[in-house]
Design a protein around this ligand. Structure first.
Ligand SMILES: [Mg+2]
Length: 249
């Protein structure tokens, strides 16, 4: 079911649809949890550290990196988290271990991140309709491109922007502006933004006049006030049905 919150929108087919990636195309938290667990097992094996020590110091490392690199793509870098974790544990630089933990993390993450049902159908339907589709996502390009490739979506999108390209995460409007410019669309275009995060995705894209759709599932809270989306939905099948109805009009 699609819920509408802002009644004044006369919905028409958009000139482009922009998608967030993490926790929008797939559920983030189970993948991240499995990946952290695999990294712990690897660290336990390589460095002999116990669970409590690992997770306490991983959190500490993560917060330090995020503080130093606030709101940038590298602020999400697992390589930086693991490098700092190893330092906090009192080891000398263990570069191979840091790289190994990062590889283990992302390999496990991807293996535990199935696309939501209906995502692939919706994307191929939009391609049939020749509606341009793009990705606007936070984190470094290397892993985000790897994710999209792993999902089998390497040839699906017309353009991709990661926050590494801009130097600042969403809701920094330059992310959305760069994607529209890659799609050869003026900033005033009628475009839709599909994302889970009320601040980064909904508030960010609303500032540029987008029609916003918030993807709701486990743990995702509907935005309020300035972060209230125009619409929310739980299933991609429902979003596709809404578009099919607009095509018929
Ligand atoms: Mg997201």
């Amino acid at each position: 079911m699609i819920k509408q919150y802002l009644k004044n929108k006369n919905l028409t087919l958009p000139k482009a649809i922009l998608f967030d990636t993490d926790n929008t195309l797939y559920e983030y938290h189970p993948a991240n949890k499995a990946a952290e667990e695999a990294a712990f097992l690897k660290a336990n094996n390589l460095l002999g550290i116990n669970r409590k020590t690992f997770f306490e110091n991983y959190q500490k490392a993560r917060l330090e990196v995020k503080k130093n690199l606030s709101n940038t793509a590298s602020g999400h870098s697992r390589l930086l988290y693991f490098q700092r974790l190893i330092e906090l544990l009192g080891f000398r630089a263990q570069l191979l271990v840091a790289l190994d933990l990062e590889q283990t993390f992302w390999r496990t993450f991807l293996a535990n991140a199935p696309l939501f049902p209906g995502v692939e159908n919706l994307l191929s339907y939009l391609r049939q309709l020749k509606i341009p589709i793009g990705i606007v996502t936070d984190l470094t390009s290397h892993i985000q491109l790897r994710k999209l490739t792993y999902f089998g979506l390497e040839d699906t999108f017309d353009a991709v922007v990661t926050s590494e390209e801009i130097g600042s995460d969403k809701p920094d409007k330059r992310n959305f502006e760069l994607l529209l410019s890659k799609l050869d669309l003026p900033l005033t275009s009628n475009f839709w933004m599909i994302g889970d995060d009320p601040y980064s995705d909904i508030f960010g894209a609303k500032k540029l006049g987008a029609v916003t759709f918030q993807k709701i599932h486990n743990g995702v809270i509907l935005g309020k006030g300035e972060q209230l989306p125009d619409f929310s939905f739980k299933n991609f099948e429902d979003l596709q049905a809404l578009i099919q109805n607009l095509v018929k009009i």
